[in-house]
Design a protein around this ligand. Structure first.
Ligand SMILES: [Zn+2]
Length: 504
């Protein structure tokens, strides 16, 4: 039996109008929440209409596919139910619908009666996975090929959650479906490709990257919301002193503000929020331009350009062209080569404010990196305004947090990072609020180094990094390790998260 969607609605009322014997439900997991798709099944050729999309929440028990199927049928009253395997199953007695989440334009699903691998329509499966990803706030969805099939994993609040496994016989359809939607060549399997996938709502953006592995192509889909209202400096989680210092740095009319931190540490969010602050918070109108790789969010009142190496538009070439267009503020996605580094520093010295990211493991490491890229130390000292070294940490769920005694291994890891491994320490135990995970939400940690005249002298003198670091701390920089440990003792961060964010 196969099924196809001919129209969509998402209201629970529409679903309740479907006769029991024609009601089809599909259940799958995102984080610890059970997502349900409900539709109406007609005679062959079969069509599913009145598709609804729901989240069920409740207490957590362990179980397998059969238990999940039974629960999906219980919740939806569906005659036919399909479920992905999942490590967590919700308690049927406590689970309930919490409402309609997302309209699904052409979601479709097909089932094979009494067959373990039931979802054969790759289009609907990919769409379903992405809809679920956006609904749960996932930043990435991984499709990882293994001997037993294609493992579907979502990253929510920085933590990986398994959604299910796609049976081996469907893997090629699913991978090809993603590649076609992202305008990638389906014939190319032996080299990496990257592209962008169209989603029905233009605010949703999905970047797709493929990589050949020993079991076939792995696909990672990065999910982003193209919605500039999300980028407000006051709302991105900075503590009050950091916010004040950053705003002061942004008042400068020329110079370079560096950001550093691993991928996924929120550098782009901070840069976007800073650009929006400059756009809205100034008495005079500024010519704001960006050069990005990739361009993630559209902003009103800024000229945004995406790097395109194939067309010769590299960071270096793009920056040269931007400087001929009379910019006031430039957001430069990344500095990773000598020419871009030197051009950026000169731009900072000649009347432009630059925000840029540099790959380094500490705030002071940015200066070392710039020296490696043969930037003149006098120019570096003259242009630098400050450095933000950023991490994004996952918080304990505030509802179920409790004091814990960390394992000796964890304490050893803390000591290894040079921290006093003294508690109290806290962990979320898991509750309905955090969907059983024990963690909810994220908090940025920012080590902010302001370049003052004393630090300029140290830079010009080519002082050792530890000397510069000591001077920065003397001048008020709170090291990341200290911030993370303080937050752990206050119950905000689990101790394992302290180790994770500091181990870069
Ligand atoms: Zn909780």
């Amino acid at each position: 039996m196969s099924a196809r969607v001919v129209s969509d609605t998402t209201s629970p009322r529409a679903v309740s109008g479907i006769p029991f014997e024609r009601r089809l439900a599909i259940g799958f997991f995102v984080a610890a929440s059970l997502c349900l798709l409900v539709g109406e099944l007609f005679e062959l050729p079969v069509a599913v209409t009145k598709l609804g999309f729901f989240l069920a929440t409740g207490g957590v028990i362990t179980g397998g596919v059969d238990a999940t199927r039974a629960l999906v049928r219980h919740l939806t009253g569906a005659h036919e139910a399909v479920a992905f395997s999942a490590p967590l199953v919700l308690d049927a007695a406590n689970a309930k619908f919490v409402g309609s989440l997302a309209p699904l334009d052409e979601a479709a699903a097909a089932i094979e009666r009494e067959n373990a691998a039931r979802l054969v329509d790759a289009v609907s499966l990919v769409h379903t996975i992405l809809s679920a990803g956006f609904a749960s706030g996932a930043s990435d969805v991984h499709l990882t090929p293994e001997a037993g099939g294609l493992r579907v994993i979502a990253r929510v609040d920085g933590v990986l959650h398994e959604l299910g496994v796609i049976a081996p016989k469907h893997v090629n359809y699913v991978i090809n479906r993603v590649k076609i939607a992202a305008n990638l060549s389906i014939d190319v399997r032996l080299r990496p490709q990257d592209g962008r996938l169209g989603f029905e709502d233009p605010r949703y953006q999905v970047r797709v990257a493929t990589l050949p592995t020993n079991h076939g192509e792995k696909v990672v889909m990065r999910l982003a919301m193209n919605d500039e209202s999300r980028y407000v400096l006051e709302n991105i989680g900075l503590d009050a002193p950091t916010l004040v210092k950053l705003k002061t740095m942004l008042e400068r009319d020329h110079g370079v503000i560096f950001l550093t931190g691993p991928t996924g540490s929120g550098k782009t969010t901070t840069m976007y929020a800073a650009m929006r602050h400059l756009r809205d918070g100034q008495s005079r109108r500024l010519n704001l331009v960006t050069l990005e790789d990739p361009l993630e969010v559209d902003f009103v009142g800024m000229s945004q350009t995406e790097v395109n190496a194939r067309a010769g538009l590299t960071f270096a070439a793009g920056l040269r062209s931007i400087l001929r267009q009379d910019p006031d503020v430039i957001m430069l996605g990344e500095i990773r080569d000598e020419e871009t580094a030197q051009t950026a520093i000169r731009a900072g010295l000649t009347g432009h404010l630059l925000l840029t990211s540099v790959h380094a493991d500490s705030a002071v490491g940015v200066f070392q990196r710039m020296r490696q890229l043969h930037v003149d130390v006098v120019q570096l000292a003259g242009a630098s305004i400050g450095v933000l070294n950023q991490r994004l940490a996952v918080r304990n769920c505030s509802r179920c947090v409790e004091e814990v005694e960390p394992s000796e291994t964890l304490l050893e890891s803390l000591r290894h990072l040079g921290l006093r491994a003294e508690g109290p320490f806290f962990e979320g135990r898991g509750c309905p609020e955090c969907r059983g995970v024990g963690r909810k939400g994220r908090v940025p940690l920012i080590e902010l180094l302001q370049v003052d005249s004393a630090m300029r002298e140290l830079l010009v003198d080519d002082a050792p990094m530890h000397t510069i670091e000591a001077a920065a701390i003397e001048a008020g920089m709170r090291p990341l390790a200290e911030q993370a440990l303080d937050l752990a003792r206050e119950g905000v961060l689990p101790p394992s998260e302290v180790v994770r964010v500091l181990s870069f």
